[in-house]
Design a protein around this ligand. Structure first.
Ligand SMILES: Cc1cc2nc3c(=O)[nH]c(=O)nc-3n(C[C@H](O)[C@H](O)[C@H](O)COP(=O)(O)OP(=O)(O)OC[C@H]3O[C@@H](n4cnc5c(N)ncnc54)[C@H](O)[C@@H]3O)c2cc1C
Length: 474
């Protein structure tokens, strides 16, 4: 850990995953960090209003696990001990991609599944151990304070008082990090300071989630932990069953193009029957719902191109969902947040080394490009894949995108029984390799040769098929 720069104060707005990891790296480089959070934070794993998506399935990808362990050594081990479930991909999964069931080989990656409440609680607890981080709860940021040099001097906040009223005050800081998520007001705050608002890119497959927690039924023959059923253009419904702490299942079903899954238990299970395969429905038939069904429609891919603005106020950083958010079906948000924090931490350390231990002027503006690069890596998968849905894009797809789309469709057939191609796809989806990994010569050759299986059987459970394919290989 680098010695903190003398006198510096950073304010981090938002105490969800991005705020927590950004506060963690700021603590290495300034004397004092203050987290400003609108909610009152629980001291145990519990849901809160500011993170409504915590009621839905969350996967922690390999890249996110690595980054979180770098920020908080041993964290993922701690999460497993606390009940998060390691799911070997695809060995422990029934994974139906557009091209069929993926054969269940021992792949290179493990997904961690569990509730967001548990994950956030452990990250918060680790951050609470860091002495130069202060917490200001029940406090909402309402704008930025302008400095005389045109940069940011702090934030204006509104704090709820014990008597039920509110109090406004100004908090001064040498750095302000906006980690307030999809509903970030940073663009408006910039405008109020005389800066331009960023351009936005939006790819919206109009996905709607419904999620319910189940107690599994008494099936002894289950040889899988997780079910993931991806949609196709012709069958635009998805389903995911994640194991979570306490031996329960968290199940999300998803409609697209404006279709909303029902929010009652019977309707929810019936909707699962209408997925591309009855496998998830069969699992739910003997399971007992133990939570209400919750919905979420905050799911579009949205980028705010802060990196393109020619004028930028010094000492202001935007990160996480506030900068770029993704269709949750790809499970990327937390991993992007954690990777961004690692990248920002490294850039700050390097900048201080060049500047006699102090943070140089103009650093916040220069951090926008590396932060945008982390967003790009995830966007290249989620937005590109979603723009294959005609209802998610405006007009006809450009030729290169159409060709890439066709390549991906073929790849999604090939990965069902080609381990090398599947591993490359998983490297890409886990954000541990750039999207170009699926264009390596060996993979391209396999895609050009085409899939070995020509008929897609969505009904037969892959456990049987997995054994058959292993036999074929030997
Ligand atoms: C349905 C759904 C499922 C998802 N599944 C996955 C998944 O499987 N894997 C994955 O990696 N990601 C997933 N995501 C994305 C993930 O939830 C986010 O990327 C993650 O929470 C990080 O977001 P964030 O911290 O930037 O913002 P958020 O989580 O939105 O948090 C923003 C925080 O800022 C606070 N806040 C807001 N405004 C103010 C203000 N003015 N002043 C002070 N505080 C404020 C809020 O109270 C909150 O604490 C999913 C998202 C959705 C919607």
């Amino acid at each position: 850990m680098t010695a903190p720069a003398v006198g510096g104060h950073a304010i981090v707005l938002g105490a969800s995953l991005t705020g927590l990891v950004m506060a963690r790296v700021m603590a290495d480089h300034v004397e004092r960090v203050t987290i400003v959070e609108r909610d009152t934070l629980p001291d145990r794993p519990a849901w809160r209003r500011g993170v409504p998506q915590a009621r839905h399935t969350h996967n922690l990808l390999a890249a996110g696990q690595r980054a979180l362990d770098e920020l908080f050594p041993g964290l993922t081990g701690q999460l497993r001990t606390a009940g998060m479930v390691p799911v070997r991909m695809p060995r422990d999964m029934l994974l139906l991609v557009a091209g069929g069931w993926v054969n269940r080989f021992d792949g290179p990656h493990v997904v961690l599944t569990g509730t967001r409440d548990l994950l956030d609680h452990h990250v918060r607890s680790r951050l609470r151990e860091i002495p130069n981080v202060d917490w200001l709860e029940a406090t909402e940021a309402t704008g930025l304070l302008a400095a005389e040099d045109g940069g940011v001097a702090g934030v204006r906040v509104r704090t709820r008082t014990a008597g039920g009223g509110t109090e406004e005050s100004d908090l001064r800081a040498d750095l302000v990090v906006d980690a307030t998520g999809r509903t970030s007001q940073a663009a408006n705050w910039l405008r109020a300071l005389g800066y331009d608002a960023p351009e936005e890119s939006v790819v919206d497959p109009r996905t709607s989630y419904a999620t319910c927690v189940f107690e599994p039924g008494p099936d002894q023959r289950r040889d899988w932990k997780c079910i993931l059923i991806q949609s196709t253009e012709r069958e635009p419904r998805q389903g995911i069953l994640n194991p979570i702490e306490g031996g329960r299942w968290m199940v999300s079903v998803t409609g697209m193009n404006g279709e909303r899954p029902p929010h009652d238990h019977d309707g929810f299970v019936e909707f699962a029957r209408g997925l591309r395969t009855p496998v998830l429905y069969e699992a739910l038939r003997t399971a007992t719902p133990v939570s209400p069904v919750y919905g979420s429609g905050r799911t579009e891919n949205r980028r705010r191109h802060y990196e393109r603005l020619s004028r930028w106020p010094d000492r202001f950083i935007v990160a996480g969902d506030a900068f770029g958010s993704f269709n949750p079906s790809y499970g990327q948000g937390i991993s992007v947040a954690a990777r961004t924090a690692v990248t920002v931490g490294r850039a700050m350390a390097a900048a201080r080394e060049r500047n006699g231990g102090r943070l140089p002027a103009g650093l916040a503006a220069r951090l926008r490009k590396p932060i945008a690069a982390e967003v790009n890596a995830a966007w290249a998968l989620s937005a590109a894949a979603d723009s294959g849905y005609p209802w998610a894009r405006e007009g006809r797809q450009p030729l290169p995108d159409r060709l890439a789309g066709r390549y991906m469709q073929r790849l999604l057939r090939v990965v069902t029984d080609d381990q090398r191609a599947a591993s490359a796809l998983f490297d890409m989806t886990h954000l541990v390799a750039p999207p170009t990994v699926v264009f390596r010569p060996g993979i391209v050759a396999a895609v050009l040769r085409g899939p070995r299986r020509t008929v897609i059987d969505t009904v037969t459970p892959p456990a049987d098929r997995g054994l058959i394919f292993e036999g074929e290989r030997s």
